[in-house]
Design a protein around this ligand. Structure first.
Ligand code: ATP
Ligand code: FE
Length: 341
């Protein structure tokens, strides 16, 4: 069984092919960073226009380059939400049109379920149920993952997502966009201990997060020390550590509550090496199994969409054509929206 996956939820164009016997055959990504960087964030109108120019040509390119016959495909999986309306529509339109032309099923995929299950691509031992920490550009959620398409949100951010504040602080430090990786590099030259930083909601009895106050606190401190480069490195270091500290503390508290042995961390922020090392340390102390992905599968990619498409296709879906997209599709409503299941 072979699935073509298309990812167009926000600003990256991903196309991948997953074969259930051979594994991941192709995984290509085209960024739009040069289009959006001068605005300090993604401009939806520009993103959807860029997708129109990128998606179909990229599919054609990888099919020719890798000598893959369209006849060998059994289904086309595409991101149907959550994401930007215009971005999602391009991927869904191209995916469904190609599926119709090839007379194969099109499979709408929830982007967040794609992120959450992406560690399965490299870790076949990972099985449901498990605790998931989804840390991406727009989500920070602790998830009780019962089984495919059945999830409970134990806690989530009440305001900004972890990735979002990393990007905002990186922008304030003029490091560039997207900023998570760049901020982490900048923070490597700093030391802990010079400033006192809050650890928002760390000791609350619930599993929610809040990063907006920490962001404002950090922005004010940056303004105060704008011309002292070492102070800025130290601020970045404390800021990054505050986020990681709260994430790891609450994740292991949630593991204790759920009684699970397995913790999955997924989403763009899980590409952070310091975060991985901290979680590894806790996992060792608490005797838990930790699952995460290589950096290319942490941030947006089509491999996770193709992989999940394969899992859903194996379950059996109809060939009905439906180009619906769900810009606010929650991971809680996968069954309701995905009427193929
Ligand atoms: P969502 O998946 O919630 O819809 P998104 O698709 O924009 O949002 P992702 O692509 O999963 O988010 O992740 C992007 C985020 O990951 C950005 O905020 C980026 O700064 C952050 N990020 C990427 N690499 C790293 C890193 N090495 N360290 C910390 N953060 C990182
Ligand atoms: Fe994402």
């Amino acid at each position: 069984m072979r699935i073509l996956g298309i990812e167009t939820s926000f600003d990256d164009t991903g196309v991948a092919i997953y074969d259930n016997k051979l594994g991941l055959l192709v995984n290509e990504l085209r960024h739009q960073n040069n289009i959006h960087s001068k605005y300090g964030g993604v401009v939806p109108e520009l993103a959807s226009r860029a997708y129109i120019n990128q998606v179909a040509p990229l599919i054609k390119e990888i099919i020719i380059k890798n000598n893959i016959s369209l006849n060998s495909l059994n289904g086309i999986a595409y991101t149907a939400g959550p994401g930007l309306v215009g971005s999602l529509l391009v991927g869904a339109g191209v995916g469904c049109a190609l599926a119709y032309a090839c007379n194969i099923p099109s499979i709408p995929i929830n982007h967040m379920e794609g992120h959450l299950l992406s560690p399965m691509i490299e870790n076949p031992n990972l099985k449901f149920p498990f605790l998931g920490l989804l840390i991406s550009g727009k989500h920070t959620q602790l998830i009780n993952a019962y089984q495919l398409s059945e999830y409970q949100i134990l806690g989530e951010t009440l305001d900004d997502a972890a990735g979002e504040v990393l990007d905002k602080i990186a922008q304030a430090l003029n490091l560039g966009y997207p900023g998570g990786y760049l901020l982490s590099q900048f923070a490597n030259k700093g030391k802990l201990g010079r400033f006192y930083f809050p650890k928002p909601m760390k000791y609350y009895s619930n599993f929610n997060f809040s990063f907006s106050g920490l962001k404002t606190f950090t922005l004010n401190l940056i303004k105060k020390h704008m011309y002292n480069i070492q102070a800025l490195h130290d601020i970045a270091c404390e800021f990054e550590y505050s986020i990681l500290d709260v994430l790891v503390y609450k994740s292991f508290k949630a593991l204790k509550k759920t009684g699970y042995d397995q913790l999955v961390i997924a989403g763009g922020v899980s590409a952070n090496k310091k975060l991985i090392n901290l979680f590894k340390k806790y996992a060792l102390i608490h005797n838990k199994k930790l699952y995460f992905c290589s950096p290319i599968f942490c941030t947006d990619n089509a491999a996770m969409i193709a992989y999940l498409g394969m899992i859903y296709l194996k379950r059996g879906i109809s060939k009905k054509i439906d180009i619906s997209i769900y810009p606010k599709w929650s991971i809680l409503n996968i069954k309701q929206k995905n009427h193929y299941l």
